[in-house]
Design a protein around this ligand. Sequence first.
Ligand SMILES: [Fe+2]
Length: 247
Amino acid sequence: MLPSLRRELAVDFVIANGENAAGGIGINPEKAEELFALGVDVITTGNHVWKKREVLPYLERQPRLLRPANYPPGAPGRGSGIFEVGDAKRIAILNLEGRVFMKPLESPFKVAEECVSLLKEETSLIIVDFHAEATSEKMALGWFLDGEVSAVIGTHTHVQTSDERILPGGTAYITDAGMTGPINSVIGMKKEIAIRGFLSQLPNRFEVAGGEVELQGVYLELDEGTGRALKIQRIKRRQEVGHGQRI
Ligand SMILES: [Fe+2]
C-alpha cells in the first residue's frame, strides 16, 4: 500500500517504526531492506530492537535504521540522524523510548533536550518518534518539545489515538500513530492465544495473526523555513488479504 500512498499524498519522506517487522517481534537486516525497498526512508524502533541478534552489526553500519537514543553509552547503532529530502532540504529524526512501565533508561526528556539542541544547528525540521507505553509520558514530552521540534509522534501501543493536533508552539503531536498489521488480532498477535494468556496467566508463545491488514500512521506537512507543523492527519487504510482491495 505504501508506494501508492506515497504517490497519492506526494510524500517527500517516509518514517516507519519497524521494531516488530520480523515476524511480529524485532527487526532483521532482510526486513529492514524490504521496508527501504518499499519506499521507507528511515526506520525507527523501540524496546524490541534488540530481539534479533543479526540486527546488531547492521545497526552499526546502517544509518537509516535508528534505535532509541536514551540507551546507555556503548549500545549498538545510533538514536538520531540527519537525512536529505530532495535536493535542498534536510530532516532530522530522533528516536526515544519511554520509561513508565518500561526499562529504566536515561531520561528521554534530558536526552531529547541534548539531542534537539545539536540537531537544531543542522536543520529546523526535526521529527521525534517517542516509543512509549504511558499516554501521560508521551503528552508530557510533546509539551516539553513544543516549539522545539516539528513533530512528536508516539509509537509502541499499536493502537492509534485520535488526539492528533498542532500544539501552540507549532509542534505536531499524536499519542500513538497506531499499527500496520492484522486488525483482527490483539495488537497484531492471534487473539485466541492472547485471550488464553490472560485467562491462564501462564507464559505464552505469541503468533502473528492473519487476515485483513490495516496501514496506520500520520501524514505531516511542515514549513521548511520555520520547522513548524502545518498539518497532521491520521492515516488508516484497510486492505483485505488476497483481494488487494482498499476500503
Ligand atoms: Fe515497542
